[in-house]
Design a protein around this ligand. Structure first.
Ligand SMILES: Cc1ncc(COP(=O)(O)O)c(C=O)c1O
Length: 375
């Protein structure tokens, strides 16, 4: 059919030709398993890292309006109090998603005339948020402290440094201790996106700041309730004045519906569950994956529950993913623009859902895949 939108067909065609076309797959998720088109697979790409068993809810409110109108259930106050304490901060504010928390918080506190230093591997939501703020953006080389120090010499009103705690597609830690020292010395403001470290690392799962002993040196935490906690939503934790400013100026907080309170209740139940038991299980599973992957011959540069298997070419990464799929393992190939071109990879996320038998089965498949694709 010819229409004025037919230029889109050639864009899609181009994506397909370069092995970058993305398509939705519908599945049914049950713990460690996912069923797609009737095929049962082991799910190795879930962000529900802790695998906290599902809790029953008394659903007493479905939806109302934005939080500044009538959507502000009492439960928010209780959970925000707990999240502020969890991050050793004065105050906290829940957003509908982590993506929206980044958009709202970064663009509320950084303005034209300010300078933002952002790690080159920071997540798309951070990149978009920095652009939205109108501040000057300077990208420093991944985890490169000399480059960061050099770039911080530029003159500007306020200076912000933004990094992820655990990088979402590489699974490595940021050099947070060094970054915190640098921001202190240069009077800069440190923002930490802890989406993948929160609830998983540090004492009691307090996250990457706690893991490196620098919790108090983080000026603004941005995180997700949809990953380690396995619920849904995003939040920030910071000084009270930062939270107050966000309530007043953060568009992705003000001009959108509040998360329904049953989701807040769900997060609260999971927050209060035996998270430590799940964390220990996760750590054991991660250790097993590292040991066995290394024995097989995979070169792993991550130190966490996110284990990337770098393949390189997009086409090969797709074929690798298809091979896993055929053999009962679900791990999606990650391609450009999520990662640079020719750095396509399988991103394995280890969860506490996995039983020893699940892992044994998966590792047999990975052993054969290594022989077929990487030998
Ligand atoms: C580093 C990072 N920040 C923020 C987000 C967004 O979080 P959410 O899924 O809650 O929107 C993600 C999601 O993958 C992420 O990886």
């Amino acid at each position: 059919m010819k229409s004025s939108l037919s230029f889109i067909d050639s864009e899609l065609e181009q994506l397909k030709k370069t092995h970058l076309l993305r398509q939705l797959r519908y599945g049914t998720i049950r713990g460690a398993k996912i069923s797609i088109h009737g095929k049962n697979l082991l799910n190795l790409c879930s962000n529900d890292y802790l695998g906290i068993p599902t809790t029953k809810l008394k659903i007493h409110q479905m939806q109302s309006s934005s939080r500044l109108v009538s959507g502000n259930d009492e439960m928010y106050k209780k959970l925000e109090g707990k999240l502020a304490h969890h991050k050793s901060q004065e105050s906290s504010l829940i957003y509908p998603t982590g993506y929206m928390a980044n958009l709202g918080a970064i663009s509320s506190i950084a303005k034209k005339g300010d300078l933002i230093l952002s790690d080159e591997l920071n997540h798309a939501s951070i990149i978009e948020s920095c652009r939205l703020s109108g501040a000057t953006i300077s990208i420093y080389k991944h985890n490169n402290m000399e480059d960061l120090k050099q770039k911080l010499k530029q003159k500007s009103k306020n200076k912000f440094v933004i990094t992820e705690g655990i990088f979402s597609m590489d699974g490595d830690f940021s050099k947070l201790k060094e970054i915190a020292e640098i921001t202190q010395k240069t009077d800069s403001i440190l923002i930490l996106d802890d989406a993948h470290g929160d609830f998983v690392v540090g004492n009691d799962g307090k996250g990457t700041g706690n893991y490196f002993g620098v919790s108090k040196k983080i000026d603004l935490y941005i995180s997700s309730l949809s990953k380690g906690l396995g619920s849904f939503g995003g939040y920030i934790a910071s000084y009270k004045n930062v939270v107050d400013l966000n309530i007043n100026q953060s568009k992705s907080f003000i001009y959108t519906s509040a998360l329904p309170s049953f989701l807040i209740e769900y997060s609260m139940k999971r927050f209060e569950s035996n998270r430590e038991h799940q964390r220990k299980k996760l750590q054991k599973n991660v250790k097993l994956f590292f040991e066995r992957f290394t024995e097989i011959g995979y070169v792993i540069n991550s130190q966490t529950h996110i284990i990337p298997i770098i393949i390189g070419k997009e086409k090969t990464a797709i074929e690798f993913g298809q091979y896993l799929f055929k053999n009962g393992v679900y791990a999606q190939p990650i391609r450009y623009p999520t990662v640079p071109k020719n750095q396509a990879r399988l991103r394995i996320s280890v969860t506490a859902w996995l039983s020893p038998k699940d892992m044994e089965n998966a590792l047999k498949v990975f052993e054969k895949a290594f022989q077929k694709f990487l030998k």
